[in-house]
Design a protein. Structure first.
Length: 361
């Protein structure tokens, strides 16, 4: 009798594991950094936005900051939201897209809390996790009154998250707010960034650039450290207070020449969303009879449902439910403008490839 035992697969057919998002992002960042080319990183503040970005071919998204804070909690980013809330946001947004995402442990806390937060963010599938040198009570962008923790405390946090990281391909980034912090300045920012890299930060977001000279100086100095830079291109650069000189918003080629790699468009869509909503409801309340004009140049139902994935859900329904019964039901109610049928065959074809790869017949 043979001593060899058959290994049961329980009906599962081996198929290649997908490349992790962290691995894809690390490779992409390395390539663009060596080429001196930028990665455009818009902010996906909700699931629908993430799906639109995916269909548009966006390579990297930001799921942190003022925009998701406002959309999911209705609060400003001024120390009133919790890490738990933002981890939930990351789970939801990153769970509906394959795009590698950036998150940030922005709500502060001691070193032990940072370790726990890093582990929880890693479970969301984040490809880049950023830690920050503000204390508990994060202040967004160019809001005055920001403070920073002692340098040695931030060094401890960087080392602590290196310990906490399970996936070696996740990029550990450090944001530095010293430039605009109380008692800070450019010299403090440059000094801290150097120390953060020595402590193990693999990427940096030096925040608070306001002039072209500052963008160029920081890009030049940080390039010497050999790590990719994240540029915070928030709407705060555009909306300069009236009593201050206009802040500079460099172009993509300018930032590439200066040595910046990941261009983080922080809350542009938040401003668009709030502005359009405000104008729409103003017209609704004052002239409801004419509200239809708002829909004259928007996507139609087919485009909306295509983005949200309805054709694939219909293909899944016909595959795993009673196909004849499902098909018959929809054909009986089929309308001339039934947008699902326009792309249903394509969805079925895509689903067939997935099922074959998983060994499902």
């Amino acid at each position: 009798m043979s001593n060899t035992q058959e290994v049961k697969t329980f009906g599962r057919t081996a198929h290649p594991e997908p490349v992790r998002r962290s691995t894809r992002l690390r490779s992409l960042v390395s390539q663009r950094y060596s080429e001196g080319k930028a990665i455009l990183t818009p902010t996906a503040h909700d699931c629908t936005t993430a799906k639109i970005f995916e269909q548009a071919g966006v390579e990297h998204i930001n799921v942190a900051g003022a925009a998701p804070t406002a959309i999911w909690t209705g609060e400003p980013e001024c120390g009133v939201v919790t890490t738990t809330e933002m981890i939930h946001v990351a789970h939801r947004v990153l769970g509906c897209t394959l795009i590698p995402g950036k998150v940030s442990i922005a709500q502060g806390g001691n070193t032990l809390a940072t370790i726990r937060a890093f582990r929880e963010y890693e479970r969301t599938g984040a490809a880049l996790i950023q830690i920050e040198d503000q204390p508990t009570g994060h202040f967004s962008g160019y809001i005055p009154g920001k403070e920073i923790i002692p340098l040695e405390d931030m060094v401890s946090k960087i080392k602590a998250v290196r310990y906490a990281r399970e996936d070696p391909d996740i990029i550990i980034a450090a944001r530095c707010d010293a430039k605009l912090a109380v008692g800070g300045g450019m010299d403090e920012l440059l000094k801290r960034c150097r120390v953060y890299v020595e402590a193990g930060a693999e990427s940096l977001m030096p925040h608070g650039m306001e002039t072209m000279d500052e963008w160029e100086l920081v890009g030049h100095e940080m390039r010497k450290l050999g790590v990719p830079l994240i540029a915070s291109l928030s709407a705060g650069l555009i909306f300069t207070p009236k009593d201050q000189p206009k802040r500079a918003m460099p172009t993509v080629p300018q930032l590439e020449d200066m040595g910046w790699t990941m261009l983080n468009y922080a809350n542009h869509l938040l401003h668009l969303h709030m502005t359009i909503t405000q104008r729409y409801v103003r017209d609704l309340m004052t002239a409801p009879h004419d509200i239809g004009r708002w829909l004259e140049d928007v996507m139609n139902n087919g485009e909306r449902m295509g983005i949200l994935g309805l054709p694939m859900w219909r293909a899944l329904e016909e595959t795993f439910e009673n196909p004849d019964k499902v098909s018959s039901r929809y054909k009986k109610t089929r309308q001339k403008d039934n947008y699902v049928y326009d792309t249903l065959d394509q969805a079925k074809e895509s689903l067939g490839e997935i099922l074959r790869a998983k060994g499902i017949s």
